[in-house]
Design a protein around this ligand. Structure first.
Ligand SMILES: [Cu+2]
Length: 254
């Protein structure tokens, strides 16, 4: 079963449905052709091997063309949905979209480490790398009805930032900044998972997205801003969700 959708972008669900049902239809056809071949070309019915392509096979060539057209259509549909997430993810188009819907834009950074997530907010001044930047371990607090722009990166190995409820899954790659966006539509607590085997603690690398009402979010922001986390907080997760691995790691990762 699919997790609850806490974002208003239905494109990914639709593309998963199209791919899934497409595979089911192609699969059923393939098995019918296979069964037909077993029956039609059995040794019992054909004691002498044919040296030419049987007419029945030549007639089936159109199926190859049909599958090819189907594949191209599938690719086109998926490119259409993904392009919205990948290409139109620059700040300006997100801001325009948000303004037209009277929604807020929240820009955060997500950094993967063995084995926890660190989240950074620009703080009250809206500027990065200033003293009021907010640093949180493993918990991403967001307002509802907001466009959330996330810059994903990693500090050690490849992780994957997976938000099943927001239909987002992107690799966190050291030295690479990957931008994704989603929109929050309902309050609640949602799981953040790491979807890339990143070492021995991979299984416990999970965080929480907490979507609050606008009022509660502003209260949280005020409370956290006046109480800025010390820099080392970025290196330790909040209690209970995961523990940092400070020992040098020579594990095999992928
Ligand atoms: Cu990981």
């Amino acid at each position: 079963m699919r997790p609850l959708r806490a974002t208003d972008y239905p494109g990914i669900d639709l593309s998963i449905d199209i791919v899934l049902w497409g595979i089911v239809i192609v699969g059923i056809f393939s098995f019918i052709i296979l069964a037909y071949g077993l029956w039609r070309f059995s040794a019992k019915r054909n004691p002498v091997a044919s040296r030419t392509t049987p007419l029945a096979f030549r007639r089936l060539v159109f199926l190859d063309v049909a599958v090819l057209i189907f594949d191209i259509a599938l690719l086109a549909v998926n490119i259409y949905f993904w392009s919205d997430l990948l290409i139109q993810n620059d700040d300006e188009s997100i801001r325009e979209r948000a303004a037209s819907e009277n929604a807020e834009v929240v820009h955060v950074k997500a950094i993967g480490r063995q084995f926890f997530w660190t989240f950074l907010y620009p703080g009250p001044d809206g500027q990065w790398d200033t003293n009021d930047d907010i640093i949180r371990g493993n918990t991403l607090v967001l307002p509802t009805n907001a466009y959330v722009v996330v810059d994903i990166t990693s500090n050690d190995v490849v992780h994957s930032f997976f938000l099943p409820h927001f239909r987002i899954k992107y690799d966190a790659i050291p030295g690479v900044n990957t931008r994704v966006w989603f929109k929050t539509t309902q309050e609640g607590k949602y799981e953040i998972a790491c979807a890339e085997l990143c070492g021995s603690g991979h299984y416990k690398m999970r965080g929480i997205i907490e979507v609050l009402s606008e009022k509660h979010y502003q209260e949280w922001l005020k409370q956290i801003s006046g109480n800025a986390y010390p820099q080392y907080a970025a290196l330790t997760p909040e209690a209970g969700t995961a523990s940092p691995n400070t020992a040098p790691s020579n594990e095999k990762t992928e």
